[in-house]
Design a protein around this ligand. Structure first.
Ligand code: GDP
Ligand code: MG
Length: 208
């Protein structure tokens, strides 16, 4: 897909602030610092539209980015950041849970994990929770550029096994640094959102 327009829309701290225009939404979940904002920037080929690593764990908001007036990326606050208070943690849980369970335009959640390390307990909880509620989820293993290619397959399997993914499903390899996996991910996203509307995206557009 050709990204011609990408804009930050709102940091939503409560459901009444979510956009009302019903465009399909792709959400990104993962621990703090795993590379969610970088992945958004790479998908959009914008250097720093999504803020990277300013105050990890501090922002307890859902950050909405509108793409080509056709869809939203929704950047979740990262979990697993040690310094947030219990109150903040509870708020995080409530906002995310409300979003995941009730958000009608949600089409797909990208669960972002770090290819170098086994998924954390929080990653596993998040994955299990989405399976339980039947929320479509794609696991993306990012920072592939930080591992030699010879180790990719082993680490993909580690992530797959740790999360307990079904046979035949595996995380998508990604690198925000090199752009690895970008085209494949866009194809997946287009598939996830175009539903019964084949003209929704122009398939002839280059993915650039
Ligand atoms: N080498 C490399 N670094 C990455 C990649 N993705 C993210 N980073 C770095 O990891 C740090 C955290 O990334 P960020 O996108 O802010 O993570 P977030 O907290 O999940 O939004 C930053 O220093 C990024 O530059 C990647 O694919 N490759
Ligand atoms: Mg971020």
């Amino acid at each position: 897909m050709k990204v011609t327009q990408a804009e930050f829309v709102i940091s939503a701290a409560a459901p009444h602030q979510f956009p009302q225009d019903a465009l399909p939404e792709i959400a990104l979940a993962g621990r703090s610092n795993v590379g969610k904002s970088s992945l958004i920037n790479r998908m959009l080929q914008r250097k720093s539209l999504a803020r990277t690593s300013s105050q990890p764990g501090k922002t307890q908001t859902l950050n909405y980015y509108r793409i080509n007036g056709q869809l939203y990326f929704v950047d979740f606050p990262g979990y697993g950041y040690a310094k947030v208070s219990k109150v903040q943690r509870k708020k995080w849980g409530e906002l995310i849970e409300a979003y995941l369970r009730e958000r009608e335009p949600l089409r797909l959640v990208l669960l972002i994990v770090d290819l170098r390390h086994a998924p954390t307990e929080d990653d596993c909880l998040m994955y299990d929770w989405m399976q339980h509620y039947d929320i479509p989820c794609l696991v993306v293993a990012t920072k592939a550029d930080k591992l030699p290619r010879s180790k990719w397959q082993k680490h993909i399997r580690l992530a797959q096994q740790t999360l307990g993914m079904p046979e035949g499903q595996q995380p998508l390899l990604f690198s925000s640094e090199s752009g690895l996996g970008r085209e494949e991910l866009w194809s997946y996203l287009v598939e996830a959102i175009h539903g019964g509307e084949p003209e929704f995206f122009d398939a002839k557009d280059d993915i650039t």
